[in-house]
Structures are given as C-alpha cells and as structure tokens.
Write a protein that binds this ligand. Structure first.
Ligand SMILES: Nc1nc(=O)c2c([nH]1)NC[C@@H]1CN(c3ccc(C(=O)N[C@@H](CCC(=O)O)C(=O)O)cc3)C=[N+]21
Ligand SMILES: [Mg+2]
Length: 285
C-alpha cells in the first residue's frame, strides 16, 4: 500500500482553511530566505502559495547571500515584534558565515512554527505542549492513520538531525514505541532496520535503504528528497526526485510506504500551515 501524502495534505489544508475562516484576523507566516539556492526558492514559493490558498498572509523576505548575522538577527527581532506575524520560518541551510543556532535561538518560541528553538525542542523532549517540527509531525499523522495504535511497535529512525531524526524519535517514544535512532556510525545498519515495524529514513542519501532491509509488512516513511541525475529515467527531465529508500524494492516487501515525491513533503507544508493556525489561535482574545 502506498501512503498518499498529497491526499493527507489536502485534507489537512482544508481543515486549516476552515480554522482560518473562524479567526477575527488573517494569520501571517513570515518566510526568510538567505541566498538564492534554486531548490530552496522552490520550497519558499510553494509555502507562499499554500498559505494564500488557506487564507493566510505570506510575508516573504528574500535576502542576499552576503547578509550579515547581525542583520538577520535584527530581522528576526522585527518579525518577533510584528503583530501581523504569527509564524516565522528561516529557511535552512543558512550560508556558512552565519551561525544557524544563533538565528534559531533568536526566534520567539511562540512564533516558532518550525519547532526548532531550544524551548520547543525541550518541550517535545519533556512531553510539554509546544510547536512540533513539521516533517516529523506530518510523518506521525500518516503513521497513526495507517497503523492506528503504535504501542509496543519497534521503530527505527535513521538519521539524528535536530530537524527530523531527534524529534521523530521523541514523537514515536510518546506513542510508546520501542525506538532506535540509527546514524552514520551505526554498526550493521541492515540488521538494525530488519527488526523494525516502523522505519523512518532521514539520511539524505539517495536510495540507501534497500528492499531486503525491510521486515515484511513494515511501514516505511521516506523523508529523503534527493535530486539525482535522470539519465536512466525516461521522463525526459534532467533530474528526478528520489527518496532515501529504494522505492520499488521496498514497496514489494513493506505493508505501507510513502512515495517521493508525494509523501512526506506535501505533509510538511500542510503541517507548517497547521502550526501557523495554532499560533494565531493562541493569539486570539
Ligand atoms: N526552516 C526550514 N523549515 C523547513 O521545513 C525546511 C527548510 N527550512 N529547508 C528546506 C527543507 C525542505 N522542505 C521541503 C518541504 C516540502 C517539500 C515538498 O513538498 N516536496 C514535494 C516535491 C517538490 C519538488 O518537486 O521539488 C514532494 O515531496 O512531493 C520538499 C521539501 C522544507 N524544509
Ligand atoms: Mg544524520
């Protein structure tokens, strides 16, 4: 079974639009993009479009690659203070001369719809309410819809990033899974993954997870979005998108699997809108 992320995302976006219509004001999401990485520009555009379709305002702040750390912090402070802004997203990665941790720490936790601030990461780790990072949140919604109660299931998360691996593991633990976080130094990764009822792949290496690593019937969530040369494809496009999982092989063994594209990506954007709505709702009197 293929998990239709586009359909899940469409349903969530419709729900968000309904919530937006009940507010006394238009919620706003500020998106800050430093530099001109073409892939990043595509995401920023699709976030803006999704905002407008949900009835939200999108404030885009494209900045030159040479922007100083001090200027970026100043912009974040200005957005923190702006009553029209309910959510702030600073697109990652940032250029090398900027300390991303310092920028993230400058975001008001109450507007941190990415869930990346130490405050919100700590809230998730300790089971307190807060903003949960959009990719793990969307992955968890699809997992629960697919598998129901997750109690006692073996979950293996491949990847230990602050934006996906660690928060995903925290969410799975919150659902009473037995959680393993694997990473580049893990020994015998295929054997570790073979134990899993739930596999979440977030490594950023095209098609690294093979079909014979998957336990029959397992649920596979592929977070990877890798642009690879498409010489071998017949679409005529120069590049194609593939996940961190060898899809055709894994699909033959898995009980359910998310495709790339059309899996986790669309849900990430829908969850960003959901978090922005939540932020605006908390600001309503
Ligand atoms: N502060 C911050 N927050 C982010 O959430 C964030 C970020 N920085 N930096 C970049 C990554 C990447 N990201 C994606 C979101 C949706 C799709 C998405 O919808 N992808 C489509 C395909 C889009 C295409 O064709 O390129 C899909 O998977 O079906 C992809 C990637 C959010 N990110
Ligand atoms: Mg990693």
């Amino acid at each position: 079974m293929i998990i239709d992320g586009k359909a899940f995302a469409a349903a969530l976006r419709a729900e968000v639009a309904t919530g937006v219509a009940l507010l006394s004001r238009v919620p706003g999401l500020a998106v800050v993009l430093v530099g001109s990485d073409p892939a990043s520009a595509v995401y920023v555009r699709s976030k803006g479009k999704a905002c407008r379709e949900a009835g939200m305002a999108s404030f885009e702040h494209p900045l030159p690659a040479e922007t100083s750390q001090a200027d970026l912090v100043a912009l974040v402070h200005q957005l923190n203070a702006d009553p029209a802004v309910d959510g702030i997203l600073v697109q990652l990665p940032l250029p090398d001369h900027i300390d991303a941790n310092a920028i993230i720490a400058a975001i008001d936790p109450e507007k941190d719809v990415d869930g990346f601030t130490p405050e919100n990461a700590g809230r998730l780790a300790t089971g307190l309410e807060g903003f949960v990072p959009c990719t793990p949140l969307g992955a968890m919604m699809m997992l629960k819809a697919t598998r129901g109660d997750l109690t006692g299931l073996e979950a293996v998360v491949i990847g230990r990033s602050n934006i996906v691996g660690k928060p995903m593991a925290a969410l799975l633990l919150g659902e009473s899974c037995t959680v393993t976080i694997a990473h580049s130094r893990t020994r015998n990764l295929p054997a570790v993954v073979r134990r899993a009822d739930i596999v979440v792949a977030a490594v950023g290496r095209p098609e690294m997870v093979r079909g014979d690593w998957i336990k029959p019937g397992a649920t596979v969530i592929d977070v990877g979005i890798n642009r690879v040369d498409a010489a071998a494809s017949d679409t005529g496009a120069k590049t194609k998108l593939v996940g961190d999982v060898a899809f055709a092989e894994a699909e033959a063994v898995a009980g359910a699997i998310t495709p790339v594209p059309g899996g986790v990506g669309p849900m990430t954007i829908a969850c960003l809108l959901k978090n922005t709505l939540t932020s605006a709702q908390r600001r309503e009197r």
